[in-house]
Design a protein around this ligand. Sequence first.
Ligand code: CAA
Length: 385
Amino acid sequence: WRTINSLHTFSEEEDLLRESVKRFAEDVVGPKVREMDENEMMDPSVINGLFEQGLMGIETNAEHGGAECSFTSAIIAIEELAKVDPSVSVLCDVHNTLVNTVTRKYGTAEQQERWLPQLAQSKLGSFCLSEPASGSDAFALQTRAIKDGSNWIINGSKMWVTNSYEAEVFLVFANIDPSKGYKGITCFLVTKDMGIQIAKKEQKLGIRASSTCMLNFDDLKVPAENVIGGEGLGYKIAIEILNEGRIGIAAQMLGLAQGAFNKAVPYTYERKQFGQAVGTFQGMAFQIAQAAIDLETVRLLTYNAARRKEEGRSFTKEAAMAKYWASVVAQRVSGQAIEWAGGVGFTRETGIEKYWRDSKIGAIYEGTSNIQLQTISKFIQKEYS
Ligand code: CAA
């Protein structure tokens, strides 16, 4: 199961996609991973490569320039990219599962016609929800939009915006009527040239090649036709899309854990101490076996949530479970991988330590682990009371 597990059936198209993303990740992204991490900067050729490979409009229909593949295909691509670089994986994830999906699902026919081809072919997207004072409490956002003739004027700040340094399209959530509470939140499609200012590019522990910025909007003028999904419906759009997006993060954490495992385990069979391969000592062999079980549980949870969503069944609880557990396992397995490789794993040369640094974000973005537990517990309360 180095590549896929035996219990999930994938279509021929999905298997082919997995193979081609694996090749792209290993051949094109692989040689750049360390440099991008050390420079804390995504190589533009990697972003161009993702567009060229058709990985930036995975579910977008062919008529709009996309690959017209399944949701599971997007999950497969995110997993395969994360095995090599979780930063590239999240860039592709946010663009596809958040930005493209909002535009596809809630955009009018005209909006889809205009924006989907650009998003599939050349323009990177970002999703601007969190703010300095509203992270988990996302609907308490303070950014305001006021109508001015045929435009909206947006003022405020966003934080922790993934992809924002390179992005050209920004989905911005702002409140148009705070007296209505979260029912005033509205989604706006904003382009960089409308005047988005990058206030700060964060320096992070992990996923350092993935940009995370604070953005300021200072009397940003947005045409009224750029409202996505209707006034006051932004909160529903945000959370419904995050429910799906959380399966993407589970896939990122799954790929990350598998990538660390794939790097460290062969080394344990090469490295000899006391005349024996270290991976064959029971202490280590059992840890490796337990990590393999952990990986299998995450794989099953992730693809189960993906297929449920695809089949139109309820998936919010399953997505929260997958994201929560994938983040736990990613941290555990990548941490163990460092220990299995010993001193070599602790150096930057093998790249194993990077997986562990990158794993920490899994419990934070797209809803913290406590938010996932809260979501799961709400379902349990409903089912049992
Ligand atoms: N699915 C669908 N609807 C939901 C929902 C869910 N999981 N959780 C809440 N809602 C709806 C409720 O039904 C209610 O709507 P109605 O009034 O129409 O019935 C509304 O949301 C408010 O519900 P609550 O009062 O229960 O919710 P809350 O205000 O306490 O918290 C929440 C809601 C903000 C969505 C919170 O549960 C949450 O998920 N916080 C985390 C936010 C988050 O994920 N941020 C990620 C930022 S983007 C990012 O990280 C991307 C990136 O860069 C990688």
